[in-house]
Design a protein around this ligand. Structure first.
Ligand SMILES: Nc1ncnc2c1ncn2[C@@H]1O[C@H](COP(=O)(O)OP(=O)(O)OP(=O)(O)O)[C@@H](O)[C@H]1O
Ligand SMILES: [Mg+2]
Length: 260
């Protein structure tokens, strides 16, 4: 039986998914991209193959996506992230009309038709505020890990408003809040509110149709997800591994012989 692989080389994580001819997920991997994106893509593919118990020689087609897709020399085809996140989200949650992907270096809002085809999208890749990088910088400043942020923010009674629009100025604001002994939970909730506000302006401009699926690492942050749901007035779909949705979409494109 032939197998198919999708690899998403992002700014923070390089993710791989292996599927069979019936589009079942057999294995996946999430690896840090680090300084060598080709090595990261290799490592992600190797781990995903290992988990799937599939040998590389049995891969019929490999599609690469993500900003680092040019660094995957062994891919048969390279496809944009927009199409791949759309394909992946539609496959997991067929009622998806809107995908919100918040990754390490950009955030995107994608509108899909009922077949999962992209009809419109909006992207912020000019500014770190409104991306996962913003939360990475602040987590480091606050001395908390990324996976603690969501739970911590839920303990806050209120949020402290972060007024700076820019990551660098917001960081100074956080430094002075820490110096004034303000509760970390309230600062973190304010940071979540800030990032959701930035992404929300894109969501509003594009309009929401159908169910909303969030992809990318920031979808692991329950604090951000809850605030986004409050803004939307509806629940969002979150897969247990939101970072692999782009790679899954790439694998699905591979199954179609490279057609997005
Ligand atoms: N365990 C975690 N808990 C909460 N947030 C996380 C966790 N792991 C990663 N993140 C967030 O996810 C972001 C990275 O997401 P992702 O791996 O989807 O990015 P990427 O695809 O490499 O980036 P891009 O698509 O922008 O090139 C980080 O910046 C961080 O804010
Ligand atoms: Mg990404």
């Amino acid at each position: 039986m032939p197998y198919f692989a999708g690899i998403d080389v992002g700014s923070l994580s390089s993710d791989a998914v292996i599927i069979d001819g019936d589009a079942n997920i057999l294995g996946f991997s999430v690896q840090p991209t680090g300084a060598h994106s080709t090595n990261a893509a290799e490592a992600a593919l190797a781990e995903a193959l290992d988990k799937a118990a599939v040998s590389r020689a049995d891969l019929a087609y490999i599609v690469a996506t993500g900003y680092g897709r040019v660094s995957v020399p062994f891919a048969h085809k390279r496809i944009t992230e927009i199409s791949c996140h759309g394909l992946g989200a539609h496959h997991l949650f067929p009622d998806t009309g809107t995908v919100i992907d918040i990754g390490g270096q950009d955030s995107k809002v994608i509108r899909l038709d009922k077949f999962g085809k992209v009809v419109d999208f909006s992207m912020n890749d000019k500014c770190a505020a409104g991306t996962g990088r913003f939360l990475e910088v602040m987590a480091e400043r606050l001395g908390v890990s990324l996976d603690q942020m969501g739970a911590l923010s839920q303990q806050a009674q209120r949020e402290i408003e972060i007024s700076s629009v820019c990551t660098v100025f917001a960081e100074s604001e956080v430094v002075s809040l820490i110096a004034r002994n303000q509760p970390k939970a309230e600062i973190i909730r304010g940071l979540h509110k800030a990032i959701v506000g930035r992404v929300w302006s894109m969501v509003k401009a594009l309009g929401v149709t159908g169910a909303v699926t969030m992809s990318g690492g920031v979808a692991k942050n329950q604090g951000v997800v809850k605030l986004m749901e409050a803004k939307l007035g509806q629940k969002v779909h979150i897969h247990s591994e939101p970072q692999i949705i782009g790679a899954l979409g790439a694998a699905l494109a591979a199954l179609r012989g490279g057609k997005a």
